[in-house]
Ligand binder design. Structure first.
Ligand code: SF4
Length: 389
């Protein structure tokens, strides 16, 4: 089999099926990555969403008998919303990160990789592969870096010369020996914009992330959001783009190459209040296709409540008060109480005190007390007066 010709055929076919960039890498262990992951684990910097052991995450050959090469692919996604919905008082909106704007990229990239597999299966007798998109053991970024898709930025993103870091990544381990591509040179140089812009100090060094402080990770957790991150969250519902937005390589970058990734304005910037009372069925129908729905509605609802608190949106008090009294989930009841206090309508504290009489959950009571603390804050501070309708 002439593998060099085959490699070019793969590149041509990839272009034909709408893969924006393709690269090839070896299946050697990712030794540096292994050391980095061990250090991350020791410092408790991991999210808990990682799949597999450190060995499984850094040794591609463990995932396919006879593994010989890895094909890495990238698809560009848009960074600008053309029909931006207005943010009106009383109909406040939240913010969803760019990577979750269109149809779930896992679906789209898996489909492309499956087509690539079928193409190779038809041409190479005994062809086998293992496909991974984000949720597999191998870190997509390390694979893409090795395959020359882009260099690894200090913000932990893969930065491509063509599409900046606005790319989805996926890979296929194969049992055919394909010539590896060259890695790209590091392009960050002295720049530290992303590290300087990170509001929580989650980028603890170049290419080093303390995931537990990363807003993108925190938007996906289901428990109470720790106090120190609540004001930083603002109106963010899912993910966080700051470390990509400030990167000079993303300046002016906005590719609309795939219909599936076109943002739907009402999903990229959802209205907050309707999200609080959405049923499971409605949530699935409305948000089910987007990557950001993978943890269900609870984290998005918790974040929406905090966003209403951030806006001090007085017209949301009735809905929040109902949640505080009746929602079966303590995190939602407690966060609602906190937001009611933060909004600081004249009757906010009376509402919280009334609900405290019946509340039995200690975590919710703690949040109610935090909500009540705003009463004194607003009373003491001339600028931050309690709000009236
Ligand atoms: Fe590198 Fe600067 Fe981009 Fe950060 S902002 S990834 S340091 S080029």
């Amino acid at each position: 089999m002439a593998y060099n010709t085959l490699k070019q055929d793969i590149i041509d076919y990839a272009e034909k099926i709408g893969i924006d960039k393709i690269g090839f890498g070896s299946v050697d262990p990712f030794t540096q990555m292994k050391a980095r992951l061990k250090a991350q684990q020791e410092k408790n910097y991991q999210s808990g969403f990682e799949k597999g052991t450190i060995e499984e995450r850094t040794e591609p050959a463990m995932h396919l008998t006879g593994a010989e090469s890895i094909i890495s692919i990238a698809l560009a996604y848009p960074s600008r919303l053309t029909d931006r919905p207005a943010n009106k008082r009383g109909a406040r909106r939240g913010n969803v990160c760019r990577a979750s704007w269109g149809v779930d990229y896992h679906v789209v990239l898996n489909e492309k990789l499956n087509r690539l597999h079928a193409f190779l299966e038809n041409r190479v007798p005994g062809f086998r592969s293992k496909i991974m998109v984000d949720t597999g053991e191998l870190p997509d970024r390390a694979v893409a870096e090795r395959a020359g898709i882009g260099f690894s930025g200090k913000n932990c993103s893969i930065i491509t010369p063509e599409f900046g870091s606005y790319v989805y990544l996926g890979e296929m381990i194969t049992n055919i020996p394909l010539e590896p591509d060259e890695m790209l040179e590091d392009g960050c140089g002295d720049c530290t914009k992303c590290i300087d812009a990170c509001p929580t100090g989650a980028l603890v060094g170049p290419g080093q992330l303390n995931t537990t402080n990363c807003i993108a990770f925190l938007t996906q957790t289901k428990d109470y959001l720790p106090d120190e991150f609540r004001s930083v969250l603002g109106n963010q519902l899912y993910g966080f783009d700051t470390c990509q937005l400030v990167c000079p390589y993303n300046k002016g970058v906005d590719f609309h190459l795939h219909e599936a990734f076109e943002p739907k304005p009402d999903l990229a910037k959802p209205e907050l209040l309707p999200l609080l009372t959405i049923s499971n069925r409605e949530f699935k129908e409305t948000f089910g296709e987007m990557a950001g729905s993978w943890r269900g509605k609870k984290p998005l609802q918790r974040n929406a409540i905090l966003a209403l608190g951030h806006y001090r949106e007085v017209s949301s008090i009735e809905t929040l008060a109902t949640l505080m009294r009746k929602d079966p989930r303590p995190v939602i009841r407690g966060t609602a109480a906190f937001a009611i206090g933060k909004i600081g309508r004249e009757d906010s504290y009376e509402l919280i005190r009334e609900a405290m009489i019946k509340e039995e959950d200690a975590t919710v009571m703690k949040e109610m007390e935090k909500g009540l603390e705003f009463e004194a804050i607003y009373a003491d501070n001339g600028k931050l007066k309690a709000r009236t309708e």
